[in-house]
Design a protein around this ligand. Structure first.
Ligand code: AMP
Length: 433
């Protein structure tokens, strides 16, 4: 085996499974990382343009803080461990819970709080396409307002974020837990809420009889389970407000009438539909809940809703709130985002160690004016260096040989056009020369 082939396959060393990232996690090699960072820049810009400020919290949280509001589905997915002092800890599974904790610890922050994040979160989920154990979420939290304008604003930021990264065909499916609960109450099945929520959540994924069975096997009468299934309809938001939501009482009806008006002015209504099967797995939601889908991509690319009692639970102070989170990996998959190559601009090659100080001075100037510059380490011949620079995608090779050094010039090779010109050293050194 040649040295290069051996280097590529890496015979010897760690076994293959230890070179792979841990199950459910991934490496972000530079092209993928730059693509991720591009998403971060575009999404952050949208949040900031609405007045939201970026926040970050520790990846590690008190297990108790996480477990309290996770809900049955998520609690089992929390990465849990004890540190050496015996503290029970966990990795954050979203950013809403840590942010709620952080606000409850910093109560002098003026409210409403408008914060956004682009952060890694962890869930011990069964890894598959679109489902990872470490992934990124971008989202906003608007804490301290119960006004429907807050709901319209958050939905507006969501729509604008999706437009900014180029998802034209998204749909936000909205439901309201209060409304569903009212309906369950009127049917006398409120005590089966958890099973009914679980069943509704599966409406788009399982056949009718299976969804009905989730309810009946928990004790819901078959005729009522069928009625709930039929009631879980999907329709334009305006229509839902005038029918289902109106029947749920004046308070909800008034709220949604206003929300519709604000949302229409803020971002238009065409991307929003009402869908009673959207209930969401997280326990902390109290009112409006929604999920976001993009084109033909099967999994939800985002979700969110109102969590009016979470902050009170942590701080003892009433602070209605809402937010959304987009799953960045899923968003990138739905968009078919490719990696972004970002090679250095210049590669300086010198034949003689005596030219190193000149190479370093040139590199310093170029870097100061914004270029990315690599200096050959002295291990490669010019041919090897050229091949390497081409593989990296470097645009220009600056070659300083003994003869050039004596004449005060350098050779600049355009590796794209395969042209070479001579330039005076002073051109690169400017005032420093
Ligand atoms: P949630 O915090 O459950 O509301 O999730 C918000 C969004 O995060 C979802 O709509 C997904 O896009 C994304 N998401 C949730 N779980 C995962 C996962 N295991 N892997 C990748 N993305 C996920």
């Amino acid at each position: 085996m040649t040295q290069r082939a051996q280097a590529a396959t890496g015979t010897g060393g760690l076994p293959d499974h230890l070179r792979r990232p841990v199950r459910g996690m991934r490496d972000w090699l530079p092209p993928q990382f730059y693509a991720l960072r591009r998403m971060e820049e575009l999404l952050s810009r949208v949040a900031e343009s609405f007045g939201y400020r970026r926040v970050e919290t520790p990846v590690v949280e008190h297990f108790e803080v996480l477990a309290r509001r996770a809900g049955r589905e998520i609690v089992g997915e929390i990465y849990y461990f004890k540190d050496r002092a015996g503290r029970e800890l966990g990795l954050r599974f979203d950013m809403t819970v840590p942010i709620a904790r952080a606000i409850s610890y910093n109560l002098t922050i003026p409210r409403p709080v408008r914060w956004y994040y682009f952060s890694r979160v962890y869930r011990y989920d069964e890894p598959q396409h679109g489902r990872y154990r470490e992934f990124h979420q971008f989202g906003v939290e608007l804490v301290g307002s119960s006004s429907p304008r807050a709901d319209a604003e958050v939905l507006g930021v969501l729509a604008e974020s999706l437009r900014a990264v180029g998802v034209p065909d998204f749909v936000v499916r909205i439901n309201d837990r209060k409304m569903v609960d009212k309906m369950l109450e009127s049917m006398g099945v409120r005590e089966y809420r958890e099973a009914i929520y679980r069943a509704l959540d599966k409406k788009h994924k399982l056949p009718r009889e299976d969804v009905v069975k989730i309810m009946t096997s928990s004790g819901v009468e078959p005729s009522k389970a069928e009625a709930i299934y039929d009631a879980a309809v999907e329709m334009p938001l305006q229509e839902a407000v005038e029918s289902i939501i109106k029947r749920a009482g004046a308070e909800l009806y008034n709220f949604y009438c206003k929300l519709l008006k604000y949302l229409d002015s803020a971002s238009g209504l065409d991307k929003f539909v009402f869908d009673m099967s959207i209930v969401r797995g997280l326990d902390y939601y109290t009112g409006m809940v929604f999920e976001v889908f993009a084109g033909n991509y099967k999994l939800a690319i985002g979700g969110g809703g109102r969590y009016d009692s979470l902050l009170e639970l942590y701080s003892g102070i009433s602070m209605p709130a809402l937010g959304f989170a987009l799953g960045v990996e899923r968003l990138m998959e739905a968009l078919g985002v490719q990696g972004i190559e970002k090679p250095p601009d210049y590669y300086i090659y010198i034949f003689d160690d005596g030219a190193y100080s000149l190479a370093a001075a040139i590199a310093r100037r170029m870097r100061a004016s914004g270029s990315d510059v690599v200096i050959e380490l002295g291990d490669k011949t010019l041919r090897e260096a050229l091949e390497y620079a081409l593989r990296l995608g470097v645009r220009y090779m600056v070659i300083i040989g003994r003869r050039e050094l004596e004449r005060g010039v350098v050779r600049v090779k355009d590796l794209g056009k395969r042209e070479e010109v001579e330039r005076p050293v002073t051109e690169f050194l400017g005032k420093e020369a």
